[in-house]
Design a protein around this ligand. Sequence first.
Ligand SMILES: [Cu+2]
Length: 717
Amino acid sequence: MLSRRILAASAAVLVVTPLAGSTGEVPADGIWGRICSFATGQAGWTDAWSGVPPAPVAKCAAAPTNYHTLSSIGDGKDTHVNFKIGYDPDTDRLCFAATGLPEAPVLRVGVGHTLSIRIANTLHDTDQGAARNFNCPIDSFGGEGLCLPKPVFPEAPGPDGTFYPLEANEAHTADGTSNLHVHGLFVSPQPCSDEVLSTAIYPANWRGKIAPLQPCQAAPNTLTYTYKLPADHPAGVYWYHTHRHGQAEHQTQMGLVGAIVVEDQGDAWRSSIGVSDEVLLVTDTPNTACLVGPNCDVRVHPTSTRRQDNAQAAREAAARAAATAAPVSIAGLGPTLDPRIDQVDQAGECAYGASNSNGGVELWTLLLNGAPVPESQSGFPPDGELLTKTMQPGQRQIFRLVNASANSFVAPKLVLVQNGVQTVQKLEVFARDGVGLADAQGNRHFGYFDVSHTPFIVPPASRVEFVVHAPPVGATLYLQSDQVAPGCGGNAYPARRLLMLTSAGTPVDPGVADDSDLLENTPSLQPYLSTLGATASVHRTFVFSEYGRQFTYGVTKWLKGTPTISDYDPGQTDFFLTEVASDDGEVNPKRTVVTPFNGHNAAPQVIVHLHGQQSVTEEWLVENSTLEIHAFHMHQVHFRDVTVPSTNPDLQPLLDVINLPAAPLVGDIGSGQPGAPGWVKLRMTFTTADIGEFVFHCHILEHEDNGMMGKIQVVAD
Ligand SMILES: [Cu+2]
C-alpha cells in the first residue's frame, strides 16, 4: 500500500500555500517556491539566501541507455573504495561517485578479508539560512512532498478499549543526511562497521545540529566504514545501500545502491575455467505515467479503488466529507475485531473482489544496471525495444541478480524461444541471499526450481544467483520477471521482460552437462552451518500491521484536540512491526502500544541475552495482518525459513529477507470479522559477533520509512 504520494506536478505551476498548523518556519514571501527551485530542473544552484555558491556537488555519470555490464573494484582480497555522494540535477539522480572509478562499482572482497568504504557527502541543504536542514530534491523525488512542510498528526498514546492503542508516525523530511548498510554481510553492528541508527553523514554545508561524530568520522560529511568479514563468511552476492531512516526510499530510488560480491577460492576456480559472473542490479523508480488515470495499466483491475494514490485528492475528499458528514463511526467495529487486521484495506482497497490479488496501480518501473526496462500496456514490448546482451555460443555464466529496488518484487524466469517453440527453463540456483545451496553437511549443490507455474519470488533486497547457458545460435533467451501477486491491498507487480539474450561470436567450451565442474574447489559451508544447528531457546511472535490515518483517527479517542484537515492527512498510512509475545521473560512496554518506528525510539523492542554463551538460537513467528505482502529483513544474521517442516535444507533456505504472505481476505467486505494472518516461521542464531544494536524491518522501503521497523539489542549477559 502506498503511504503518501502526490501526483508528479510541475513545480513551475504549483501554487504553494503554506499549510496551517505545520511545523517549521514559513518565510513570509512564499519562499517555499524558491527553496524548491532546485527541483524545477534548473542547471546549477546558487545559495538563495546568502548568494554564495556552496562547494560543488559531485556530479553523477550519465545513465546508460542499454544493458551494460557493471564495472568491478577489488580482487577478492581486501578492498578499499573512496566514494562521494553526488547528484545529477538533470536526471534527479543520486550516486556513489568515485574519482577515477566507475560509479557505484561492484565491490569484490574475499572471505576473511576487509572491505572499507570512505564516504564524503557532497550534497547541500537547499534552504540555507533557514536552519531547517532540508534537501528539496530528495524530499520531492517522484512528486512526493513537493518540499512543503509536512502536516503533523497531533496525538498521544492512551488506552482505547478493545483496540491496541495506536500511535501515528512522526512526519519526517529529507535533510540529505545519509549513511550505509552492507546488506546481508555477517559483520559487526558497531559504529564504523554496519551501524545505521546513530550514524549520519551530513551534507557538505550543514548548519544544523550535529550528533557526536563516530570515531571514524573525519568531518561531519566524511566517514570511513570498515567491515571485517569472518573466514567462514559464505561467498556470494550482497549489496550496499543508504539506510537513513525516513529518506531511505527516496535515496535508494535515486541511486545510492551497489553490489558486493564476496569471493572464495570457488570464484578463482570458475574464473580459471573461463566461467565469469554477471551482476544484475534491479532498481526501481516511480512510474509517473501510471500514477494518472484509468488507462495507467490495463493489468490493473478495472474497478480498483485505490485510496491513496493521491494524497491531495484524499485530503480534498476528506474535506468535502467533513463538511457534509458526521465523523467516522466506530460502532460497526465490535469487540471481536482483531485490531491488527487491516479493516480499512478490506473496506477500501479490496472492495473490488475477494479473489483479486493483482493489487492496485503499478507504481514502480524497473531499471536493470541503471537502464530503464521497457514496458508495454499490452503484453511485452517488441524485441527491438528490449535491453539486450550477447553471449558466446556454449558460454555459461553465473547471473547474480540483486533486487536493489526500494519497493518492487521480482520473480526471475528464463524462457527460451527456439524455432517458434517456447520453453520455460528450470532455474538452476547456485545461491540465495549470498549463501550457496548445500546439504546438511555443507556440501554445495544446485537447486532446480520449476518456475513454469510457481514464481520464484525475490523480495526487495533479496538476491538469487543462477546459472545461465547461452542460447543456441539463432535462438533467443529471455530473462523475465513473473507477475507477483501482492495481495488485494498491495501495489501491482506485473510481468516484465528484463533482458533478451542471444549468442554470437567464437564458441567456447560448454563444460560438463550437469555443471558440476562449476562447484569444484568450492568450500563446504559446514563451518558456517555449524552455528545454526542449535534448538531454539526463545520464541517470539511479531505482527506486521498498517493503518490509514483515517482509521487511526476513527478508532482512537486520544487526539490532542480536534484535528483539522490541514494537520491531519487521511491519505497517510502508518506501518507497524510489533513484537506481541515472547517467552524470554522480558517485560516489554512496547508490546502494549502499537508504535511505528520513528528513528528516535530509543528503547529496543527485543533484547537477546547470550547469558555468557557464544550464541543463542531463537525462533520467530512473523505474522502479516495486512492484505498486502511485505518483506521481512533482519540485519547482521541470516535466518533459516522453517515455515515448512522438512529435513531437506533446500526447503528451509538460509535467507536475510523473506516474502511475508498477505492475510487472505475473508468474510464480507466491511463485516468486521477478523482474518487469519499470513505468516512465516524463522530460526536464527545470534552470536557474540552481533553484540550491539541493530534493526529488523520491512524491506519495502516505503513501509520502513513510515514505521515498519524494530530495534534489537544483543547483550552478552
Ligand atoms: Cu512492508
